[in-house]
Design a protein around this ligand. Structure first.
Ligand code: HSE
Length: 312
């Protein structure tokens, strides 16, 4: 496959996986973005400049996650591998369960797709498949690609996703700690098997959550209960486990965002004053927490050409 551009830009949203009961399946996208600009260059080197989240911490060569995903995608479609100059303007916090690795992976794949002479020849299911190969699970990649909220599933043909309806009155609140947690650590805390009764409990709640999100926000509290992952991760969640428990004890539909440690609260706008009073009380004694309400992203990953070029 040929390249058809030499300068592209991509924007990918932050996401929460799981949303409580939908372990590795449900996800939501936020209007909080990583913006990445990519130029192909004649030399075969990769240079990455990082601003914002991850600056000074992440790799700035070909091992940078965006570059790895981009080069892997060019290789996958048989396009010529290119040298790259990339600039990343990151707003998605790292290591907080807000989908920073999915955002980087999807950004790399979408940038590679946009560099192709015929980007539409790679469908979005292929983007999801490559992202899931990197991530191991599709629950962040799917909303990062499609926006709003998604349910993703996998079979022998690979991953697929469907976009869910979300009532316009629903507001996600992100309660973000300073502490980071590796997804690998949170996944290592999970047991190999779970009781059948707990699986049945989560099936009901996950199905209910689809309805609660679409048109019955009053069901969000019941619909966000989980027995498959959050209880097993309490020991690695630090203060987030306590904040989560207190928010739920106060009647708010709080869950751990993805593998944590950010706490996500799903509510209606009318519940926000009471939630703010509760958060002020809970976060007063602990330090370094941020509360954000970025709103739901409805567009998903966006890519555009800045200049055409290349006939390789
Ligand atoms: N579903 C994943 C997990 C999300 O909970 O481990 C992590 O990105």
């Amino acid at each position: 496959m040929k390249l058809g551009a030499d300068h592209v830009a991509v924007r990918v949203p932050a996401t929460s996986g799981n949303l409580g009961p939908g372990f590795d399946a449900l996800g939501m996208a936020y209007a909080m973005y990583d913006d990445i600009e990519v130029r192909t260059v004649a030399s075969s080197t990769v240079q990455v400049e990082v601003h914002g989240e991850g600056a000074g911490k992440v790799a700035t060569d070909h091992t940078h996650l965006v570059a790895r995903a981009l080069l892997h995608t060019l290789d996958y479609v048989g396009a010529p591998l290119a040298g790259l100059r990339m600039t990343c303007f990151n707003s998605v916090p790292h290591g907080r369960g807000l989908g920073s690795s999915a955002a980087a992976t999807v950004a790399g794949i979408m940038a590679a797709r946009e560099l192709l002479a015929e980007p539409e020849s790679m469908d979005l299911n292929t983007v999801l498949a490559i992202a899931t190969e990197f991530e191991g699970h599709p629950d962040n990649a799917a909303p990062a690609i499609a926006g709003t909220a998604t349910v993703a599933w996998q079979d022998e043909r690979g991953p697929s996703a469907a976009v869910l309806e979300v009532d316009e009155d629903i507001v996600p609140t992100l309660v973000i700690p300073r502490a980071e947690l590796l997804t690998a650590t949170a996944r290592a805390a999970l047991p190999a098997t779970v009781p059948h009764t707990d699986a049945a409990f989560n099936v009901g709640r996950a199905a209910l959550l689809v309805e609660a999100l679409a048109r019955r926000p009053e069901l969000l509290f019941d619909a966000t209960e989980d027995k498959l992952h959050q209880p097993y991760r309490t020991a690695v969640m630090g203060e987030s486990a306590e904040i989560l428990g207190q928010l739920r004890a106060s009647g708010f539909a709080a869950v751990i965002s993805g593998a944590g440690p950010t706490v996500l609260v799903l509510s209606t706008a009318a519940q926000l004053p009471a939630m703010d009073a509760c958060l002020t009380r809970l976060l007063g004694p602990v330090s370094g927490w941020k509360v954000k309400r970025p709103g739901i992203d409805t567009l998903g990953a966006q890519a555009r050409r800045i200049t055409a070029g290349h006939s390789r």
